[in-house]
Every structure is written in structure tokens, then in C-alpha cells.
Design a protein around this ligand. Structure first.
Ligand code: NAD
Ligand code: KPL
Length: 305
């Protein structure tokens, strides 16, 4: 019998993973926050995945955090600010040596989970796939991408990696997952806050080249200081490339703010500024950007962390 995949967080990426794993014949159980969400899920009849305009329904088993089924493999698909609390709610069910896969953007939440549950194996994931919820329990697969998986403490890939590929989940193992996460964090720090403050699409940032340059210089300083020289390589050129390739898109942070949703700022720009402080680095552009963004969020009735 295959080890069941427990999916914690039935949002965009959680649904995208759960439905593809189930379609491949693997046992999947989704964990919903409370009785109300469970009742809503039962009314919906399952998870719906929309791909190439085709909708498919997956009536997966759903359960509450407090049930007593043991967990050997847990995919945490919550936002970074919810991840540690969500894992805590199911921690009594985690078996010794259980695997915790962490799908969060940014940095900080993965390290918090890995440090708090050291008897589990924490696997970090950096994802460039795109999905969004059309309504509760209905997800649209909007962008092809890649999932990089890695474990900073153990470079051996897990034996089930091929299961993911067979389920149509694009994935690769990396010995340096932190470099991948740092690189994405740096791109997000250079692009996302400016799109919020200028209320613009990614492409319009090309009018702010000097500011982008200064941010990339400071981000590279941070990356080099914390041994992530690989992630600093040609950072500014990649920022400009991403801005051009996604010119007509709104960044994910812009979309969050526009829709009145909490951002993951603490795990992106906040993490970069805290790291600079730890290393005694002077990063006045990043600090000023962080303060302006926090003030903007407060003015718009959103949490500043
Ligand atoms: P989402 O908001 O769509 O889904 C998160 C889900 O977690 C929600 O359904 C929420 O109710 C649930 N949740 C929160 N706390 C919970 C708890 N205690 N118990 C059970 N469920 C709980 O988020 P998302 O867009 O899927 O993003 C997840 C992570 O993946 C984020 O860090 C995001 O930045 C990253 N990411 C998302 C995408 C994307 O296209 N959506 C792409 C790349 C990376
Ligand atoms: O990942 C992104 C986002 O919008 O969050 C990109 C497109 C790279 C912009 O930072």
C-alpha cells in the first residue's frame, strides 16, 4: 500500500497537487481547517481542477486536523504566515521520520517548521507553477512551471520522486534548494513591492531602472553574505528579463493587495531586511522600500507582516 499524501491547505497549489496525485491513482487525503470548511467541501462534492478549459471533479477524502489517522507524508500548501501554525495543529499525528513537504514562497517559514519538528524530514519546494482559485475547492491551472525540491540537511532524493513525475507534477531534485528559494525571493523583492507602490504591471517597472539597480546591488550583498553567491549571479539581468517576459502581468503581491488579501511580505522583503541586519549590512534602499510598503499596507487596512 502506497503511503497516503496528506495535503494541508486546500487552496490553489494544494488543490493542484491533490488532484494530480489522485488522478495518478495515489492515495490522497485533504485536511481542512474546521467543520464549516468540511461541510462546504461536502456540498461542493470534491475538488475541481480546470485544465485547458476542461473541468474534472475529484471526490477526495477530507478530514479535520484533529482526527487520529497517522501522517507519514504531509504536503503543506498554506501561505507562509499560516504554515507553522497549520503543522502544529496536526503535529500529534506525525509519525517518527514523517516527511513534511513545504510549498511556501519566500524564506523563514520552512526553517521554522524544520527546527520545530526535527524528528521529521522537512523537504523545501520552490515552485514556479501557476494556479488560482475560481471559487472554493475549484482551481484553475494557469501557468506551466517547475517544482524544485530539496533538503538542506540530506541531499539524498526521496524514493517517491518518480511518483510525482508520473502524476504529471513537473519536479526536479536539487542539492541547493536554499539557493533556488533565495533567488526567487530576490526576484520577488526587486519586483513585487514596486508594482504595489507604483500600482502597475511588471513591465511598467522598466521606467524605474535606477531603483531596480540599487535594489539588486543590495540584494546581491545579502546573498553573498549568507553564502548564496550562486543566487546573486546576474541578478539584475534576470530581474530585467523576468519583467520583460511578464510585462503585461500583475505581480502576485499586487494581486494580493488588489484583492484585499494579506501578503507574504514578512517572508520576502522582511526576511531580506532582517538577514541584512544580522550580517550588519547597510541596505538603505531595501529598508526604505520595506517601510514604504508596510505604511501602504496599513493605509489599505492590511497586516504589515
Ligand atoms: P491559497 O491561499 O490559495 O491556499 C492556502 C490554503 O491554506 C487556503 O485554502 C487556506 O484556507 C488554507 N489554510 C490556512 N491555514 C490552514 C490550516 N491551519 N489548516 C488547514 N488549511 C489551512 O495559497 P496558494 O496560492 O496555494 O499558495 C500557497 C503557497 O504557495 C504560498 O506561499 C504561495 O506564495 C506559494 N505559491 C503559489 C503559487 C500559485 O500560483 N498559487 C505559485 C508559486 C508559489
Ligand atoms: O514570482 C513572481 C510574482 O509575481 O510573485 C514574479 C513573476 C517573478 C514577479 O516577481
Amino acid at each position: 500500500m502506497n503511503t497516503p499524501w496528506h495535503i494541508l491547505g486546500a487552496g490553489s497549489l494544494g488543490c493542484l497537487w491533490a488532484t494530480r496525485l489522485s488522478r495518478a491513482g495515489l492515495p490522497v487525503r485533504i485536511i481542512l481547517r474546521n467543520q464549516q470548511r468540511l461541510a462546504d467541501y461536502r456540498d461542493a462534492g470534491g475538488l475541481r481542477l480546470i485544465e485547458a478549459e476542461q473541468a474534472s471533479l475529484f471526490p477526495l477524502t477530507a478530514e479535520l486536523p484533529a482526527t487520529d489517522t497517522p501522517i507519514r507524508r504531509l504536503l503543506v500548501a498554506c501561505k507562509a504566515y499560516d504554515a507553522e501554525t497549520a503543522v502544529a495543529e496536526v503535529s500529534a499525528r506525525l509519525q517518527p521520520g514523517a516527511e513534511i513537504l513545504l510549498l511556501q514562497n519566500g524564506l523563514g517559514s520552512q526553517q521554522a517548521v524544520a527546527a520545530r519538528w526535527p524528528s521529521c524530514r522537512s523537504i523545501f519546494i520552490s515552485s514556479t507553477e501557476g494556479a488560482y482559485r475560481r471559487k472554493d475547492f475549484e482551481v484553475l491551472h494557469a501557468g506551466q512551471g517547475q517544482n524544485w525540491l530539496g533538503d538542506p540537511l540530506d541531499h539524498n532524493p526521496p524514493p517517491w520522486l518518480a511518483e510525482l513525475a508520473a502524476a504529471g507534477i513537473p519536479c526536479d531534485w536539487t542539492d541547493n534548494i536554499e539557493a533556488r528559494l533565495w533567488r526567487k525571493l530576490a526576484l520577488n523583492c526587486a519586483i513585487n513591492p514596486l508594482t504595489v507602490l507604483h500600482d502597475c504591471r511588471n513591465g511598467e517597472l522598466l521606467a524605474h531602472r535606477e531603483q531596480l539597480h540599487l535594489l539588486c546591488v543590495e540584494l546581491s550583498l545579502i546573498l553573498n553574505a549568507c553564502n548564496q553567491a550562486e543566487a546573486a549571479d546576474e541578478l539584475e539581468a534576470e530581474v530585467l528579463r523576468v519583467i520583460t517576459a511578464t510585462a503585461s502581468n500583475y505581480s502576485s503581491m499586487h494581486q494580493d493587495v488588489h484583492n484585499g488579501r494579506r501578503t507574504e511580505i514578512s517572508f520576502l522583503l522582511g526576511h531580506a531586511c532582517r538577514t541584512a541586519q544580522q550580517y550588519g549590512l547597510k541596505v538603505s534602499e531595501l529598508n526604505a522600500l520595506f517601510k514604504r510598503l508596510q505604511a501602504f499596507l496599513v493605509q489599505h487596512g492590511l497586516p504589515q507582516d
